[in-house]
Ligand binder design. Structure first.
Ligand code: N01
Length: 535
């Protein structure tokens, strides 16, 4: 073990939130180090380099707002940024603000231990380093631990296999190969059309059809960029108090208050403009079953109109869960791809996957010969990255054991029993349910303000109370209960994709603006719900 120079704060993870957290710390005069397990910057964007990977929030919104020169000078080339462009952006930010020398790449944090005597954290890395820090800031991401399902026989497969969330850096050439893709969520729906263009034949193994909106990506029109940049002050302000953390118009009308013609016009307009805005076609899409079903049926009609084979189009029509309660997808030519002769949709809900063989994949009804398998099967979301680090709180309890019944937090930012530790975009905050960059900035700024408060008032120990945590967990649950989410619990929002994971709804769905107001209120009340010890 090497003990290295202690710092005021350790940041874990070099994605959007970790990079900005580091910048804020250094700018405020704290000493800080950032550890990142990947060999480059970007967090989930570093690892998800599968073909077609791009953001489904518009790049002008999905970008930092904290620096006026940065947001004016950076030029996004497309409506939705591709994964390589996002990495270029984050590398630019790191260089622009001279952060690189404070970042250790290829260094995984494996443990963090709070010592009550010194009131400090000791953070341990896989290289054997130990670093002492007053504050431990976990920017470990919500979608970073790739989940490969436990299908018998994978180790016997003689071809190559990949997971979208851990994609080889030198890429994959599918040409001439028989390829199988398992999974039709956001990653699968982006990847499938591109693999179809390259592969000799593609089998798509679908267990649950999801709703996929046409992204309608295009090069950034110069006039849109100029206009948007001129409007940045208002747009960013609007995003901060919005439902989902972006600046696009939402419809505040309820479905039942509109005429049939108005409803159709709204749905058509959103389908034409593309992307995820269908989620706000009506103010009550996620709360009123009738509004929700009308939206779902509108999209099903579009699928039926696109896919020629009626049997295939019926299989692609999502059923059995409410629109948007499985994360909505956004893709390019997704449904059109199933009109190709060299693409087969395999329904593995009717005939489940039984095993992978040396030469392919066997379902209950057939053997599919394959040279390559792509797992687009998702992540151990929201808690996976944290519970894999051995985090020990004030009495030595591990975070993983505290969360064995599901994650509990105060504001998604702090955990009782784990003093001086903050989570960025943790469970119980809007995080995955919002424009992540907006939510990351909000958490970074809240934590930075908290640290300044602690410095000014000689606070050396801060811990969320059990009562505050219980109250927040109850509130997160109540807010979710008022929506359609609990009626469709078969999603990663509930941890349902991970065998044995407790079924708890993890994000805060009360809206970015409401969440921000509550977090600010806690701060203005002198950090109500925290026990603060002063020198
Ligand atoms: O993962 P998912 P993802 N046999 O968990 C199926 C963000 N993201 O990587 O629904 C057969 O959503 C599973 O089927 P089912 C975004 O927040 C954003 O696609 O469990 N199938 C499902 O179809 C997103 O929500 C962007 O029945 C199996 C799929 O695999 C999140 O990341 C791009 C299976 C997994 O879907 C995760 O998306 C990409 C099995 N054993 C991701 N196990 C953009 O910004 C799982 N499946 C655009």
């Amino acid at each position: 073990m090497m003990n290295t120079r202690p710092v005021d704060a350790v940041v874990v993870g070099a994605g959007f939130s970790g990079i900005y957290m580091l910048h804020r710390l250094l700018r405020a005069g704290y000493s800080a180090r950032l550890f990142e397990s990947g060999s480059g910057l970007g967090g989930t964007w570093f690892h998800n380099r599968y073909p077609g990977a791009r953001c489904d929030i518009e790049s002008m919104d999905y970008s930092y707002s904290f620096d006026e020169n940065l947001q004016q000078e950076w030029r996004w080339s497309e409506r939705y940024a591709s994964q390589p462009e996002l990495l270029r952006y984050l590398n630019h930010v790191v260089d622009r603000f001279a952060l690189r020398e404070h970042i250790e790449l290829d260094t995984a944090v494996v443990g963090a231990r709070f010592d009550e005597d010194t009131v400090r954290w000791t953070v341990t890395t896989d290289l054997g380093d130990e670093v002492g820090a007053r504050w431990c800031l976990m920017a470990t991401g919500c979608l970073t631990v790739a989940q490969v399902p436990d299908i018998p026989g994978l180790d016997t497969f003689e071809g190559r296999w990949f997971h979208t969330g851990d994609w080889p850096r030198d890429g994959v050439d599918f040409s001439g190969n028989r390829v199988g893709v398992i999974g039709t969520g956001s990653s699968g729906t982006q990847l499938i059309p591109i693999v179809a263009e390259q592969a000799a034949h593609l089998d798509v193994f679908q267990r649950t059809a999801n709703f996929c909106m046409p992204a309608r990506n295009h090069p950034m029109p110069p006039e849109v960029e100029v206009h948007w940049k001129a409007e940045y002050p208002e747009r960013r302000a609007k995003a901060r108090i919005s439902g989902f953390g972006h600046s696009q118009p939402q419809n505040d009308n309820r479905y039942r208050d509109l005429t049939p013609a108005q409803r159709s016009a709204e749905l058509e307009a959103r389908w034409r403009s593309g992307g995820l805005y269908m989620m706000r076609a009506f103010a009550d899409v996620l709360t009123d079953p009738e509004a929700n079903e009308a939206t779902a049926e509108f999209v099903r009609a579009k699928i039926r109109a696109t896919v020629h084979d009626p049997e295939v189009s019926e299989l692609l029509c999502p059923q059995g869960f409410h629109f948007g309660t499985k994360r909505l997808c956004s893709g390019t030519n997704y449904y059109e791809t199933f009109n190709r002769d060299d693409v087969t949709l395999v329904d593995v809900s009717a005939a489940p996957i039984e095993e992978i063989t040396p030469t392919g994949l066997r379902t209950a009804s057939a053997h599919h010969p394959l040279d390559m398998i792509v797992f687009a099967t998702g992540f151990d979301a929201m808690t996976g990255s944290l519970s894999r680090i051995d985090i020990r709180g004030a009495d030595g309890t591990s975070l993983a054991s505290k969360w064995s019944g599901g994650p509990v937090t105060y504001l998604g930012l702090a955990v009782s029993g784990f003093p001086n530790l903050f989570l960025l975009t943790g469970p119980g905050s809007p995080s995955v349910f919002s424009n992540m960059v907006n939510s990351a900035e909000q958490h970074v700024e809240w934590i930075a303000d908290f640290l300044d408060h602690a410095r000014e008032h000689d606070v050396y120990r801060a811990e969320a109370t059990q009562e505050a945590e219980d109250g927040w967990v109850a509130h997160v649950g109540e807010v979710a209960e008022a929506t359609l989410y609990p009626r469709s619990p078969n999603s990663w929002f509930f941890g349902a994709n991970i065998p044995g994971k407790p079924r708890v709804f993890m994000p805060y769905v009360g809206g970015v603006g409401n969440y921000r107001a509550r977090a600010d209120e806690v701060a203005s009340a002198g950090y109500r719900g925290f026990t603060l010890l002063r020198r």
